[in-house]
Design a binder for this molecule. Structure first.
Ligand code: NAD
Length: 507
């Protein structure tokens, strides 16, 4: 417990697991504090579950699957209809919790919830999304059709940076397809996730269909090896995502692992200057740079390098402060450890010879002496061998590189190990078209800084940003959360003797 919570003299609430429809106190021996990153006040304590508690959640999900899988589609999506209405009605309350535990500004916290809410809305159309296919008369009197059946117990492991959107990428689509679910939220900020799960129960999700287990590595590993878990959805860093992908795959599960990023924005000299600078700064410094789709690298092509002084001047105007203070643009980073890591990368950038055009390290916020604040920071003359380029910084730091041509920019982006998001800023359709076709990155924006697709498409990624074939939400996730069965049938209306057929062909 920190001084802040101790001095307040209040008992710190504990976060409960959800097992078989009941919120239960954990018996874990290890716990950690959930801390407001602007004040260091302890908001709650979260257990780090062991394999036994994970086993209890999986058992509840496995038992519930027997009836949930046969629950009519209409009954399933009517729960989602109610769920989306409840989220909408409670958005302000959940955003306040999210901002307090994660640090992002209140409007951005609402955005986090709204992007997840869109997935819940899309889940309401599962009646058409889960349709199979039918081919009549593939041979004499023979029809073939497919069934898209739920696969069983699915599990989701989520990161700290979108505690609303990313859990909502997972459990609504999984359960509306007829699966049951065990969610393992980030142990850094599970409170807003729990508030969403409470609304899902209120909407009518039956006991055992959705379970929540809190924890870290031990809980995650237990999910990855549990024989009754059929699929794992992971979103988080590349190191952990690769571990989860390997371990769960070895244990026979289907896995989708959405991982780290280094997102490049390519700025052509013909781009709309003001709009481009605004877009770059919003995408680099919004959420204190802690978005997997944050623009962390600007590749300035030709004369667009002359815009750097204007970019720096505008970055200086962004207001740093507590996410709950109106008018703030950049909140704190999530933890003291995250801040220390970002500061050490800035120091390394300086030592390695990059030019620090704007240094946010000494930012002070009135009334919040203990916050994990870092002001907008901009580097120029960055080389691809510097750690500020090779590592995902996950803080409000924009690194800029300069090249002479579009081809050089494309080669640079494609040589980076990550392939999550990218954008091009230009007024030329031909340039944009060449870029979208030649770039090897999952999400591509054209004059759009954070091109996260709406839920009727699917989120994707390439190279070091994704493992597994199918991405979250959209049509791909319906494939991920269902098993296709083909049925080939023939019905006889009399009893002709057609003889014994010993070949493989259908007649
Ligand atoms: P993280 O990898 O540290 O944690 C993610 C989850 O894994 C958490 O639930 C955590 O409890 C668990 N975990 C942590 N260490 C583990 C270990 N050693 N073994 C097993 N499980 C472990 O990620 P984070 O810091 O919470 O989130 C930030 C990262 O997530 C960034 O890299 C960001 O780019 C990435 N991210 C990616 C996407 C995407 O769609 N590609 C979206 C959001 C965030």
């Amino acid at each position: 417990m920190t001084a802040a919570s101790a001095s307040a003299g209040k008992a710190v609430p504990t976060v409960k697991h959800l097992i078989n429809g009941a919120w239960v106190e954990s018996r874990a021996s290890e716990w950690r504090d959930i801390v407001n990153p602007a004040t260091q006040a302890v908001l709650a304590r979260v257990p780090l579950a062991n394999a036994d508690e994970v086993g209890a959640a999986v058992a509840a999900a496995q038992a519930a699957f027997a009836t949930w899988k046969t629950t009519p589609i209409g009954a399933r999506y009517r729960i989602m209809l109610k769920f989306q209405a409840l989220i909408r009605a409670n958005i302000g309350r959940i955003a306040a919790t999210l901002s307090a535990e994660q640090g992002k500004t209140l409007p951005d916290a609402e955005g986090d919830i709204i992007r997840g809410l869109e997935v819940v809305e899309h889940a309401c159309s599962i009646g058409t999304l889960q349709l199979g296919e039918f081919a009549e008369n593939v041979a004499g009197g023979v029809d073939t059709y497919t069934l898209r059946q739920p696969i069983g117990v699915c599990a989701g492991i989520t990161p700290f940076n979108f505690p609303a959107m990313i859990p909502l990428w997972m459990f609504p689509m999984a359960i509306v397809c007829g699966n049951t679910f065990v969610l393992k939220p980030s142990e850094q900020d599970p409170l807003s996730t729990v508030e969403l799960v409470e609304l899902a129960l209120e909407a009518g999700v039956p006991p055992g269909v959705l379970n929540v287990i809190h924890g870290g590595r031990e809980a995650v590993d237990a999910l990855c090896v549990h024989p009754d878990v059929k699929a794992i959805s992971f979103v988080g860093s590349t190191a952990v995502g690769t571990h989860v992908y390997r371990l769960a795959s070895e244990h026979g599960k289907r896995v989708q692992s959405m991982m780290g990023a280094k997102n490049h924005a390519v700025v052509m000299p013909d781009a709309n200057r003001t709009q481009t600078i605004n877009a770059l700064l919003g995408a680099a410094f919004g959420a204190a740079g802690q978005r997997c789709m944050a623009t962390s690298v600007a590749v300035l092509v030709g004369k667009s390098r002359e815009w750097l002084p204007a970019m720096v001047e505008k970055a200086k105007t962004l207001k740093v402060g507590s996410g709950q203070t109106p008018g703030v643009d950049v909140g704190p980073v999530v933890s003291r450890a995250a801040k220390a890591r970002v500061l050490s990368l800035i120091e390394a950038g300086e030592k390695q010879g990059a030019e620090l055009l704007l240094d946010g390290r000494d930012v002070k916020v009135d009334g919040f002496p203990d916050g994990n604040f870092i002001g907008p920071t901009v580097f120029a003359k960055v080389r691809t061998d510097m750690s500020i380029y090779t590592d995902e910084i996950f803080g409000p730091v924009l690194v800029t590189l300069e090249v002479d041509t579009l081809d050089e920019a494309i080669a640079l982006v494609n040589a980076n190990p990550f392939g999550n998001g990218t954008g091009i800023f230009t007024q030329s359709g031909a340039v944009a078209r060449k870029f979208q076709s030649e770039i090897d990155v999952g999400q591509v924006g054209i004059n759009i800084p954070i091109p996260v697709p709406v839920p009727y498409f699917s989120f994707t990624g390439s190279r070091g940003s994704k493992l597994g074939d199918l991405g979250p939400y959209g049509k791909q996730v319906v494939q991920f959360y269902t098993q296709t069965k083909t049925v080939t049938s023939r019905w006889f209306d009399d009893e002709p003797d057609t003889g014994v057929n010993t070949t493989i062909s259908l007649k």
